[in-house]
Write a protein that binds this ligand. Structure first.
Ligand code: PAF
Length: 294
């Protein structure tokens, strides 16, 4: 694995790979890699000749009161994991490399509407920070394919929209969420949980599954269902931010045009704010009407 702190040097090497006709898949991360990230790398290996990963804790996507300073940084262990998976290139730039003129006057990429709801409503500016840094990383790596986890469902939708709107010749692939055996979605922030909180945390996924089950059985009073699930999460010890049944494409409310439903939730449990989602495909061609997916 070749590792670069300099985007210029990485670009040079990748230009040589491209000149030999090799395809490039890119896995952007903020490091502290877990099995969810490793799955992204494995998928990347399946779809391209060359796998490039990046590790960059992007300050532009953290709010002032968020965990930028305490965000886990484990570069040495991350490098080993990426090497073991056969990653070809790693970019791990310093903040100055990505924001040489600081962040105050940085040109921003803003994906409207999709960025303002759900996590965007409680984390103003977060998705502009994500879209901007992903755009920069795409300019540096110029991948054919980029891989993101479906745990960050809204982030994935925003990146897909950005790529489409800005005519970027990049295929975006979403990879299923990797979970612990008890259903908790893997996340770098799970490390903040105390033992007691860790035992409560799977209730987030369980509540999402129960909500999906109710919808699959024909219950369509979504607001009532959302409130019921918020109450259940509070009862379990969470401080819910949102629990919402949405159209999986528009992230707006479910309509008669909706083909896939996504149920998304965000809730604080002690220090970390956990997010998760499940989807449900509506299939009008089948007698039973609905087909549950991931
Ligand atoms: O999902 C993440 O880890 C980050 O938001 C990303 C996509 C690497 C951008 O900083």
């Amino acid at each position: 694995m070749k590792t670069f702190a300099s985007s210029k040097q990485l670009r040079k090497s990748l230009a040589q790979e491209r000149a030999q006709g090799k395809t490039i898949a890119f896995v952007p991360t903020m490091g502290n890699l877990h099995d969810g990230h490793i799955e992204l790398v494995r998928q990347a290996k399946k779809v391209a000749d060359i796998v490039v990963a990046s590790i960059f804790v992007n300050p532009l996507q953290f709010g002032v009161s968020e965990d930028l300073d305490s965000y886990p940084r484990t570069l040495a262990a991350d490098k080993q994991k990426l090497f073991a998976e056969g990653t070809h290139y790693l970019l791990y730039p310093e903040v100055d490399e990505i924001y040489p003129e600081g962040m105050g006057s940085q040109t921003l990429v803003v994906v409207p509407d999709l960025s303002d709801t759900l996590c965007g409503a409680s984390r103003p500016g977060h998705f502009a920070g994500v879209a901007t840094v992903v755009n920069k990383l795409f300019q540096i790596v110029q991948p054919d394919i980029a891989i993101f986890g479906k745990k960050d469902f809204q982030q994935l939708a925003i990146i897909e929209k950005m790529v489409k709107d800005l005519c970027m010749p990049i295929q975006i692939i979403g990879v299923e969420t990797v979970r612990d055996v008890d259903g908790l979605a893997m996340s770098s922030r799970n490390g903040y949980l105390t033992d007691e909180e860790r035992s409560i945390a799977p209730a987030l996924h369980k509540t999402l599954l129960e909500c999906r089950e109710a919808i699959a059985c024909g219950f369509d009073s979504y607001e009532e269902l959302e409130q019921h699930c918020i109450d259940a999460l509070k009862e379990a010890g969470f401080k819910p931010d949102y629990f919402s049944v949405r159209d999986a494409v528009t992230l707006g409310g479910v309509t008669s045009q909706t083909e896939q439903i996504v149920i998304l939730a965000a809730a604080k449990l002690g220090k970390p704010r956990l997010i998760d989602n499940v989807t449900l495909t509506l299939n009008p061609h089948q007698d039973w009407g609905m087909l549950a997916t991931h």
